[in-house]
Design a protein around this ligand. Structure first.
Ligand code: GDP
Ligand code: GDP
Length: 438
C-alpha cells in the first residue's frame, strides 16, 4: 500500500530542514529495527496517528544567490503540486511576511491540493508575536504557529495534515498488476525504453480513468498479464525541463521506488556505473525492492568477443551490494533484447514472492551451521536455534539466537548466500532480523 506524500515549501532560512529533520527524527526512533532506514535530508518517512507518510523537502536546489531564489521558489511550488498529496508552506515569523511568500502562496492557492500554512520560529506559543496575524493576509485560511527547534505546535499541524490525507482506498493500488519503476539518471533512455515497450504490438495500453494516480501511471497488458509503469508522467514527456534539476528527478525516482514491486535500474552503456547510479540503485536496495539492472544504448558500444561478459563483471563489481540483480543489455533504439525484460520482470517478481517452509529452511540452516561454524567472541559462541520466514517482497526472515551481539555481518552474508544457492531469490534483497531467545 502506498503512502501519502507531504511536501514542504518555503524560502531559504525559514527552517525547512529543521522542521524536516524533526519529523524524520521521530520516525527514525520509531522503526529502528527495520533494515535500510534511509536518512536522507530531502526524503524521509514519518508517522502520525498510526499512518505512515513520506515527507519531501523541495528546497535548496541551487546556491542561494538572489537571482536564483525566486526561480527556485517557483520551482519548489511546482514540484510540491506535482508530487504531494498535502503541501505545508513554511514561513518565518522573525522575518515576517515577504513579497516572495505572497508569490508562492498565489501559485499554491491555484493548485488543486490542500495547503497548510505553518508559521515557524514561534518559540513561545503562550505569547505569539503580534506579527503572526499578518500571515492571514496570504489567504490560506488557518495558520499553524510552530517552533521546529523546540518541537512546539507540530502536533496540531500534523493533525490538520492528517485530515487531508487521501483515504486508504484512494491510495490503494491495483494488486493484480506488477508495478514497475523505471529509474535512472536523466538521459539514460528511460522514456525511450518505455515508449519502445508500449509501442510493441503485443502490448495493450489501457486507459484507466479516474484518480490522480492513474494520470501519472501507465497501465498495460502483455500476454494477458497486467503491469503498471509507475510515475511515467514525468518520464514519457520527452525533454522535460524539470528533469534538468537533478534533485527533482531523484525525488521522483524515490517516490516511484517506494510504490514499485520491481525496479528497472537503467544505466547508459557509454558511462558505466556513475556515482548517481549508485545512489539510485542503493535506494532500491535499501527499500527491499526486486531489481533488474538494464544497461541501455548497447548499440553504441564497440563490441569484440567477450565485451558483454567483461561489462557484466564490471557492473557487478561496481554495484556489488546488488549482486543478486540480473543484468541485461538492451537498446531502446534498435529494440535489441527489450522483449526479454518481461520475462525478467515476471521472474524477479516471483523470486521475491517465494515462501519457504520453516522445516525446509531449518534443514538448510543446520547444514550451513555444520559447514561453517558461527562466530564467537570472548569464548562465547553464537547459537542459532532456528529461523522462520516472516514476509515476502522482500523475503524476510527472523533468526532466533542466544546473543544477537555475536552475529557478524560476514556470517549473515554467508547465510544469505546459502539461502540463495538453495532457493534462488534471484533479483531480490533478503532481510534478516536477529532476535534473542532465552
Ligand atoms: P531552511 O533553509 O529553510 O532549510 O532553514 P534551516 O532549517 O536551515 O533553518 C534556518 C535557521 O533558522 C537555522 O539557524 C535554524 O536553527 C533556525 N530555526 C529553524 N527553526 C527554528 C525555530 O523554530 N525557532 C528558531 N528560533 N530558530 C529556528
Ligand atoms: P531519459 O531522460 O532517461 O528519459 O532519456 P531519453 O529516453 O529521453 O533518452 C535520452 C537520449 O538518448 C535521447 O536522445 C534518445 O534518443 C537516446 N537514446 C535512448 N536510448 C537509446 C539507445 O538505446 N541507443 C541510442 N543510440 N540512443 C538512445
Amino acid at each position: 500500500m502506498s503512502k501519502p506524500i507531504v511536501a514542504i515549501v518555503g524560502r531559504p532560512n525559514v527552517g525547512k530542514s529543521t522542521f524536516f529533520n524533526y519529523l524524520a527524527g521521530r520516525r527514525i526512533s520509531i522503526i529502528d529495527d527495520t533494515p535500510g532506514v534511509t536518512r536522507d535530508r530531502i526524503y524521509a518517512e514519518s508517522e502520525w496517528r498510526g499512518r505512515k507518510f513520506t515527507i519531501i523537502d523541495t528546497g535548496g536546489i541551487e546556491p542561494n544567490t538572489d537571482d536564483y531564489i525566486k526561480q527556485q521558489m517557483i520551482q519548489q511550488a511546482h514540484i510540491a503540486i506535482d508530487m504531494a498529496h498535502v503541501i505545508i508552506m513554511l514561513v518565518d515569523v522573525k522575518t515576517g511576511l515577504t513579497a516572495l511568500d505572497e508569490e508562492v502562496a498565489n501559485i499554491l492557492r491555484k493548485a488543486d491540493k490542500p495547503v497548510l500554512l505553518a508559521v515557524n520560529k514561534v518559540d513561545n506559543p503562550g505569547q505569539p508575536p503580534a506579527d503572526i496575524y499578518e500571515f492571514y493576509n496570504l489567504g490560506m485560511g488557518e495558520i499553524y504557529p510552530i517552533s521546529s527547534i523546540h518541537g512546539l505546535g507540530i502536533g496540531e499541524l500534523l493533525d490538520a495534515v492528517y485530515e487531508h490525507f487521501p483515504s486508504a482506498e484512494e491510495l490503494s493500488e491495483d494488486e493484480d498488476a506488477i508495478k514497475v519503476a523505471v529509474i535512472g539518471r536523466p538521459n539514460v533512455g528511460k522514456s525511450s525504453i518505455i515508449n519502445r515497450i508500449l509501442g510493441e504490438e503485443r502490448v495493450i495500453v489501457s486507459d484507466i480513468p479516474g484518480t490522480t494516480r492513474d494520470a501519472i501511471d501507465t497501465h498495460f497488458e502483455v500476454n494477458g498479464k497486467r503491469y503498471v509503469f509507475i510515475d511515467t508522467a514525468g518520464i514519457r514527456r520527452q525533454s522535460r525541463v524539470d528533469d534538468e534539476i537533478e534533485k527533482y528527478s531523484v525525488l521522483r525516482s524515490w517516490a516511484a521506488v517506494d510504490r514499485a514491486d520491481v525496479c528497472l535500474i537503467m544505466l547508459d552503456a557509454r558511462d558505466g556505473v556513475t556515482e548517481q547510479d549508485t545512489r539510485i540503485a542503493g535506494y532500491a536496495h535499501e527499500q527491499g525492492k526486486a531489481s533488474i539492472i538494464v544497461v541501455n544504448k548497447w548499440d553504441l558500444v564497440e563490441k569484440q568477443t567477450g565485451t558483454l561478459e567483461e561489462y557484466r563483471k564490471k557492473v557487478g563489481q561496481d554495484l556489488e551490494y546488488m549482486n543478486y540483480a540480473p543484468i541485461v543489455f538492451v537498446s531502446a533504439k534498435t529494440g535489441q533484447r527489450v522483449h526479454r525484460l518481461f520475462e525478467l520482470i515476471d521472474y524477479v517478481f516471483d523470486q521475491a514472492s517465494l515462501r519457504i517452509q520453516t522445516g525446509v529452511l531449518n534443514d538448510v540452516l543446520n547444514e550451513a551451521i555444520a559447514m561453517v561454524q558461527p562466530p564467537s567472541d570472548k569464548g562465547k559462541r553464537l547459537k542459532i536455534y532456528y529461523m522462520t520466514q516472516t514476509g515476502i517482497r522482500p523475503p524476510s526472515f527472523v533468526l532466533f539466537v542466544n546473543d544477537a551481539e555475536l552475529m557478524h555481518y560476514s556470517y549473515e552474508r554467508y547465510l544469505k548466500n546459502t539461502l540463495r544457492s538453495n532457493f534462488g531469490f534471484e533479483g531480490t534483497p533478503i532481510w534478516f532480523t536477529v532476535r534473542e531467545k532465552g
